[in-house]
Design a protein around this ligand. Structure first.
Ligand code: C2E
Ligand code: MG
Ligand code: MG
Length: 660
């Protein structure tokens, strides 16, 4: 364990991609300084050499001139002007030699050349020649002429020698500069490669750190235990000879995903940390708190004298006064759902107790979240049934066990069928049982299978409507679309595509939504609704009156049809029902929406709906859901009712008098 703790600090926390970069920059700068330094030394030598060459050339000219003068003097050694000319030339030669002597301390002077001794001999001889006065010494003149001739050659050689050295130095300098630049380019490339390696190592180290933290049993974000840490704790507990009873709780943060999407991941992280801190403070001292993944926590805490009821009371208190997190944009209260089981009373192992608590949590979620439920064996049976259905549904979608039935919607005053609602059915391949949608839609919504299911229904419903049209019947088809599908940005595009595929107009389709759609805290839902309206598809608000729609939502939705739930027909006394129904009809009128009463089963209910002013109806009284191919026949047979006398066919074959 200590190794695990030390490693991240040694490798991860302090390793930085910038360290390598810094070292390389230092190296690069050193290289550049070296190049500049080396260049400047060479430059000095070359400059000096070139200066020397220039003076040697002047000297050469002087010696050639002197040689000529000596030749002239040997022809007229007695002429006093000759002696003066030679004396002047000797002076100039002297100055030249002094300059050359000063320059010859430079690095390029080759002391082994013939130039220096010959120049000295010539200078000495001239001094002697001029010092003796006129007439000039002819023998000395002859010697000096020999020396000057030799010196002309030596000067030439000396100059060439230095020029050759300068050429060589220039060549070397060019070679060194280009190899130095190659070095620079190499350094830069190396710098890039090492930086990338450094960055790679840095990210790898971070992942190593998180792996090590996982291995160490700690959740890196919240600092609580992770699954592994919990398992270790549970293992230790089950090894203990007399472990006390523990409440095992599974927590799920309510609406966490929506908050995370809306306020961003840093806000989500802050909420998770605050939830973890609260759980640790509340239960950590007597047990263990573990982040199970996402927004789920598992907590085990020792049960005191108050039993599991005490634990639930503590949770309820937190529900009343929730922990809040200030995420900048707003203060978010932490709402949670929780399932509780008792170990070892409910299950022999802690792992199984988690499964029991999870079953209780599942029941909480089904009941609408935001509460705590204590496990009972019945919940497990229900959970297993649900799991079996979920697995079966995956197979049903693959193996075409789903099919549609259609229930007509009628206008009882005009005696027409105005639409047919598509209702999905599942013929279970294993049991042969027809599973009603009430059993599997919610499961499909929870498991994420609903999108596939809704797509299937839409496609199948439009295909059936296209078949009706081929049979000479143009009838609108109504399709129920789950609130989940409205969170998808492609819903409207898929609807448009399906209509186009089957050659249907937008008004041939009505999409039924429930009030759950209106409650979704998601911008995409509003966008999907707007896109469908823009497409020209009709929108119906299903089961109206069973949800929590407020007027603002309704006004924003602008539904084409309100489908009034059958509870208006059966619940409460007749008078109250009548006035509530009339109120709903007035509301619909104000919204510019039509109304349809759902679930009409009896003649009495039909009279009641019509008396309130509603003529669109759907229910077993007119027809039970039927196969798509039966719809054209039903429409043909549907008799035109006449107010007071009219009849219409029913599935129980009894004609219904519409008037009271
Ligand atoms: P819903 O959309 O309100 O559909 C009407 C339900 O009422 C249907 O039940 C229908 O059979 C039933 N019903 C019709 N007339 C009567 C009546 O006179 N009396 C009574 N008691 N019930 C009547 P079903 O087919 O079991 O569907 C239940 C719910 O499942 C639907 O309610 C709808 O919310 C959902 N559902 C059905 N098919 C689909 C579908 O394809 N996709 C989605 N997302 N949901 C669907
Ligand atoms: Mg419906
Ligand atoms: Mg309905």
């Amino acid at each position: 364990m200590p190794v695990v703790r030390r490693l991240p600090r040694a490798f991860g926390d302090r390793s930085s991609p910038f360290l390598g970069t810094l070292i390389l920059f230092a190296g690069l700068i050193a290289t550049l300084v070296a190049i500049w330094g080396a260049g400047s030394i060479k430059r000095g030598e070359i400059d000096l050499g070139q200066y020397m060459v220039r003076h040697l050339r002047y000297t050469y000219a002087e010696i050639v001139a002197l040689d000529g003068l000596l030749a002239a003097a040997s022809m007229a050694p007695t002429d006093p002007r000759t002696e003066r000319l030679v004396a002047d030339a000797a002076d100039r030669f002297h100055v030249r030699l002094e300059m050359l002597t000063a320059l010859s301390r430079g690095p390029m002077v080759d002391e082994g050349t013939a130039f220096a001794p010959l120049a000295c001999d010539l200078m000495d001889g001239l001094d002697r020649l001029v010092g003796a006065g006129a007439p000039l010494d002819e023998a000395l003149l002859a010697d000096l002429r020999g020396i000057s001739a030799d010196l002309v050659r030596a000067t030439n050689d000396y100059t060439r020698g230095i020029e050759a050295e300068i050429d060589e130095a220039l060549r070397l300098q060019a070679a060194e500069t280009s190899s130095a630049w190659l070095g620079v380019v190499g350094s830069v490339l190396m710098l890039l490669v090492l930086s990338m390696l450094s960055i790679g190592l840095f990210s790898r180290n971070r992942s190593i750190v998180s792996q090590l933290q996982t291995a160490s049993g700690r959740d890196s974000l919240t600092g609580t235990a992770n699954r592994r840490g919990f398992t270790e704790w549970a293992h230790g507990m089950s090894q203990a000879s007399s472990a006390p009873a523990h409440a095992v709780m599974v927590f799920d943060l309510d609406r966490f995903k929506a908050v995370n999407d809306r306020l961003g991941h840093p806000a989500g992280d802050a909420i998770l940390k605050a939830a973890a801190a609260w759980l640790r403070e509340e239960f950590g001292a007597d047990g263990v708190v573990a982040r199970w993944g996402g927004d789920e926590f598992v907590v085990a805490t020792r049960i005191g004298r108050g039993g599991v009821a005490d634990v639930c009371a503590r949770l309820d208190a937190r529900r009343v006064r929730p922990v809040t997190v200030d995420v900048g944009a707003e203060v978010v209260p932490i709402a949670f759902s929780c399932g509780v089981a008792v170990w070892p009373a409910d299950a022999p192992t802690i792992e199984e107790a988690i499964t029991c608590a999870d079953a209780a949590l599942y029941a909480v979620k089904e009941a609408g979240r935001g509460s705590t439920m204590v496990f009972t064996p019945g919940l497990m049976t229900k959970r297993r049934h649900v799991e079996a259905l979920r697995d079966g549904l995956a197979r049903a979608l693959d193996e075409h066990e789903l099919f549609l039935e259609f229930q007509p919607q009628v206008d009882v005053l005009r005696g027409t069928v105005v639409a047919a609602e598509a209702l999905v059915r599942w013929r279970c391949g294993r049991t042969g049982r027809i599973v009603p949608p009430g059993e599997f839609i919610a499961i499909a919504e929870q498991s994420g299978q609903i999108a596939t299911l809704d797509r299937f229904v839409l496609e199948e419903a439009c295909a059936t409507a296209a078949r009706w049209r081929e049979a000479g019947l143009r009838l609108r088809v109504a399709v129920n679309v789950s609130p989940h599908s409205f969170r998808s940005s492609v819903l409207a595009r898929e609807v448009a595509g399906t209509l186009a595929r089957w050659g249907l107009a937008p008004e041939d389709l009505e999409i039924e939504i429930t009030e759950g759609v209106l409650l979704a805290e998601c911008d995409q839902v509003g966008e999907s609704l707007a896109a469908l309206s823009a497409l020209g598809v009709r929108l119906a608000l299903d089961d109206f009156g069973t949800g929590y729609s407020n007027i603002a939502y309704l006004v924003r939705l602008e539904p084409d049809l309100l489908k009034i739930d059958r509870s208006f027909l059966v619940e409460g006394d007749r008078e109250t029902r009548a006035s509530v129904l009339q109120g709903v009809l007035r509301l619909a009128e104000a919204l510019g929406a039509e109304t349809l009463v759902e679930g009409i089963e009896t003649r009495e209910q039909l009279r009641f709906a019509m008396a309130a002013g509603c003529s669109l109806a759907q229910g077993f009284h007119f027809a039970r859901p039927m196969a798509g191919d039966a719809i054209p026949g039903f429409c043909r047979d549907f008799a035109r009712p006449v107010r007071g006398e009219g009849t219409c066919p029913t599935t129980d074959a009894a004609p219904v008098a519409l008037a009271s």
